[in-house]
Design a protein around this ligand. Structure first.
Ligand code: OAD
Length: 239
């Protein structure tokens, strides 16, 4: 099958083997922290020190993290699809930068990025490498304490939704990788793609909460399963 319009969704599982940690697995991030405390605007208003400490630690971890074979395979696939005259949009729920480190370029961070901050007072947003604290001044408006991680918290609208739904409604292949299917709107993308008549594939360590919504599933560590699946698809491109 010669797929031309591909949408791929990734979640924490694609970065697990790079040491970034998943959320809902046995030793996941949400077993150690309360979502309400560190991933909501209300939690930030209540205790900005705790929220900054949480994201500072995760931002620091970015420096040591390297893409694994799954990230590299997806970057290779983007180039192969383009060379065959098609287009691949990679939508990630991850706030790490491992897809870009691997070389993916047509990439949308729907839950924001650890390496960016934004100002709640004036709205400016930009790249940020170091720590952030409640005394940090906004570089544009000068307000102290209004800078926050540019990540999407629960209760906030994910980024790029119009573009994502437009691409889902016209895709012929949708692939979901390393995500538990617990968090909407991302968990609903497979239904959109299915309604568009796309082939749908889940690649995950084990079947996710909405595995039955996919036409095909391949299970195992992303470094192995994604690499093999990409190899199989690239062999078929242009045929
Ligand atoms: P989860 O932690 O909910 O799910 C991770 C998925 O990856 C699970 O289905 C695991 O089985 C799978 N997995 C674990 N290790 C893997 C490996 N080596 N190879 C392949 N798969 C593996 O993470 P997400 O689905 O990404 O949002 O979570 C979605 C959103 O919930 C996140 O973006 C974050 C979180 O709360 C916000 O913070 C807004």
């Amino acid at each position: 099958m010669n797929y031309r319009r591909i949408v791929i969704l990734t979640g924490a599982g694609v970065s697990a083997e790079s040491g970034m940690g998943t959320f809902r697995d046995n030793d996941g991030i949400w077993t150690k922290y309360d979502i309400e405390d560190v991933a909501t605007p209300e939690g930030f208003a209540r205790n900005p020190v705790l929220v900054h400490d949480f994201y500072n630690a995760r931002r620091r971890a970015l420096g040591d993290a390297a893409p694994n074979p799954a990230h590299l395979a997806l970057a290779r696939l983007e180039k192969a699809v383009a060379a065959a005259g098609g287009e691949l949009l990679l939508v990630t729920q991850n706030v790490d930068n491992l897809h870009e480190k691997a070389g993916s370029t047509n990439l949308l961070h729907m839950h924001g990025e650890l390496a960016r901050v934004k100002c709640d007072a004036c709205g400016v947003a930009g790249a940020w490498e170091g720590d952030l604290d409640a005394a940090t001044e906004c570089w544009r408006c000068g307000r102290v304490g209004a800078l926050r991680p540019d990540v999407v918290w629960f209760g906030e609208m994910p980024y790029g939704m119009d573009a994502i739904y437009e691409r889902l409604s016209a895709c012929d292949l949708f692939v979901s990788i390393g995500t538990s299917g617990e968090v909407y709107p991302a968990a609903g993308f497979v239904m959109e793609a299915d309604m568009a008549g796309a082939h749908t594939v889940e690649l995950n360590l084990e079947p996710s909460a909405n595995a039955r919504g996919f036409r095909e599933g391949r299970y195992g560590p992303a470094s192995e399963v994604v690499s093999q699946w990409v190899e199989d698809l690239v062999a078929k491109l242009g045929s």
